[in-house]
Design a binder for this molecule. Sequence first.
Ligand code: UTP
Length: 295
Amino acid sequence: MFDMFSQEAPSYQANSNSSSRGDTFVISVGGSLLVKEGPDAQKISEFAQVISSLHSSGKRIVLVVGGGRIARDYVEALGVFGANNFEKDMIGIKVTRLNALLVANSLEKAHKEVLEDIGRAKEILDAGKIPVYGGLVPLFTTDAVGALLAEFLGATFVNLTNVDGIYDSNPRDNPDAKRFDKIGYSRLVSLISANVSVPGQNVVLDLPCCLVLQRSKIPAAVLDGNDLSNFSSFVNGSSFIGTEIGDFEDFVPEDSVDEEPKAVKKRKIKKPKNVRGKKEYDDSFSVADVDRMKL
Ligand code: UTP
């Protein structure tokens, strides 16, 4: 595997209109966006308003809600009492479901029960409702659950998190980290895999999630969940800021003589303006151990 961090991030133009986004979206929303020390009712309401408006405009939407900092606190506390990884994951899943219950209750059109069966999403969508999920199985994250839902439904996957995309190195540590405007599946998987063995080099999505995206070529994006109008733009097929994941050609270095770098254009190095500080960035990462492939 070549070293992902020794190369320039691909340099695409700002993301533009795309007709390939379809009308069904699985939104994985980081728990840290909606629950801080406790539930942030204001944030949850703002999120619910945007989701309701997209739903009223005809979009079919599935929500998967993460655990955020509270999940991590519970996992750590359980660890003090000698819990094993399975037990820690199970308490993490319970917290995600508690957060999901709050979100379901904030949305008039949501199916009010937090779902535990991916197979039910279709019938609930067909009934005009918004299915809401938390976590499902140990080892996974809610992002991986979202990817599986998108695979099942033929939907576009969106991860709303505390950063405005995927970077070529951790923007928490490296102020010169560069954001990918677009990234291909194989490069994404390489990037994530390379970081599995590097403690602290966290990236936004976990490996199981990326493998599901790759195997079914699921259109996907990582967006800043604090910028909900940007999120709406993405869903509505307009220009947006973030990282689009798709069947894109891998980056071709500019000095390559063998291949024409037709998809590669120079762009300015962007600093991670939406990283609001170490603590919040940490909250968007998995609470699970590195040896369980959580990044
Ligand atoms: P999250 O998916 O919320 O992790 O699950 P996260 O990425 O750290 O948090 P966000 O993005 O800020 O919301 C929280 C924890 O719950 C367990 C894992 O321990 C995970 O780290 N979990 C969650 C599972 O074991 N399986 C799941 O399907 C989901």
